[in-house]
Write a protein that binds this ligand. Structure first.
Ligand code: PA5
Length: 380
């Protein structure tokens, strides 16, 4: 169960706000919103995941940005702390660290390894470099190494698509009308999540339920925009359960890449509390008044510490208010259904918020700028 308190600790209260303008804009601009349809068929992904689970010790996910953050966020949130779950899911390709790759090779040596290389474009440098490096390892270790490689990419172009068709590896499609950061509920996110042992149908079920409550997205998108118009330029996503840390990383990517353009946009940051109350908390309370907050609270009451954690959420919102306003999103547990619900809620809100800002939610020209420059330097 997911519930929202947008009002108690918010300076802006949208009691008579008009939904029609934003709603009409959404209806008119129903462009590239494949993610909105939530029509991924999970049968093949689940079958493949079961097969990999029965054979693999290690499942390597090679991806960056939207091609890894969603699955990383969900797996971290659902895994127990100090997890020893098998297969172990490891993420690669999020940096250019030679030391990391060497250490990884030492770590996976002698284990049963399967790889999912994920890149919608099939051309992202970090991904191709990591894949080539690991491919050499796979060639040395296994005769039928291509049977252990899954390529998740578009269905017509790019180095990865070419590799898959030439070498007859399993090829999973990233739908053309689903952008990277909106792709967690497609093959991109669902295969790693299913291999980790989690229920992808429940994720989709939660997302579909969220879609039935779209007014909450309208409200939140409008509220964020009103905060921004009143010079609150920074939004902090706060969690009080450390395993949700990567969910805030996913949120930062979703909002920064969707909205930070044309010299506009709310800067997303995040805190893991109560840890960060002893650092950034000072700024929230008394610093430059440019912040507002969105807290995701796991409102369970199974123990005395749970109850104190819930009280901390309210005390902090109260202490920071009105200097920093806080919206509170309560979930009764960290499970697939609630996480799916939140995924749709935030994706929809990011898109609607971009309409209100007047920016294209779907592109990321700034990111492409660095990609192009680095490609040129490396190709020299
Ligand atoms: O949200 C996005 O579109 C980006 O963050 C991409 O996911 C990221 O740049 C990786 O791109 P690709 O999947 O083409 O390798």
């Amino acid at each position: 169960m997911v519930s929202f308190d947008f009002k108690t600790y918010n300076t802006i209260k949208l009691d008579n706000y008009d939904l029609s303008a934003i709603h009409n804009k959404f209806i008119q601009d129903n462009n590239l919103t494949g993610w909105y349809n939530l029509n991924q068929d999970t049968k093949d992904v689940k079958k493949l995941a079961l097969d990999i689970q029965s054979k693999a010790d290690i499942f390597l996910v090679i991806g960056i940005g939207g091609s890894y953050l969603g699955s990383k966020a969900i797996i971290e949130a659902l895994n127990p702390y100090f997890s020893t779950n098998k297969p172990e899911i490891l993420f690669v390709g999020t940096d250019l660290s030679n030391e990391y790759l060497n250490s990884l090779i030492n770590y996976i040596k002698g284990k049963e390894v399967y790889i999912d290389v994920i890149s919608k474009s099939g051309t992202t440098l970090e991904i191709l470099l990591a894949f080539n490096y690991l491919l050499e390892y796979m060639k040395r270790e296994y005769d039928n190494y291509n049977d252990r490689i899954i390529i998740t990419t578009n269905d017509h172009t790019g180095d990865l698509y070419e590799y898959a068709t030439k070498n007859n590896t399993i090829l999973l499609n990233v739908p053309e009308d689903v952008g990277g950061r909106y792709s967690v509920l497609t093959n991109v996110g669902l295969l790693p999540i299913a291999v980790a042992g989690y229920d992808v149908d429940k994720l989709l079920e939660g997302a579909k339920e969220s879609k039935q409550h779209i007014d909450d997205c309208y409200y939140y998108a409008t509220l964020r925009n009103e905060q921004y118009q009143s010079n609150k330029y920074v939004e902090s996503f706060n969690v009080y359960e450390p395993k949700l840390y990567y969910f805030t990383e996913w949120l930062k990517q979703l909002f920064a890449e969707s909205q930070g353009k044309n010299n506009k946009g709310i800067l997303p940051i995040s805190t893991v509390n109560t840890r960060d109350l002893h650092s950034l908390g000072q700024y929230f309370q008394e610093g430059l008044p440019i912040l507002f907050s969105t807290t995701i609270n796991v409102a369970k009451e199974d123990s005395k510490l749970d109850i104190i954690n819930n009280q901390a959420v309210l005390c902090v919102a109260q202490a920071h208010y009105p200097h920093t306003s806080t919206s509170i999103i309560n979930i009764d547990a960290i499970n697939e259904y609630n996480l799916g619900y939140l995924i749709f809620f935030f994706e929809m809100s990011a898109m609607l918020g971009s309409y209100l800002l007047g920016v294209n939610y779907y592109d990321q020209p700034g990111v492409n700028g660095y990609k192009d420059l680095l490609h040129k330097v490396v190709e020299k």
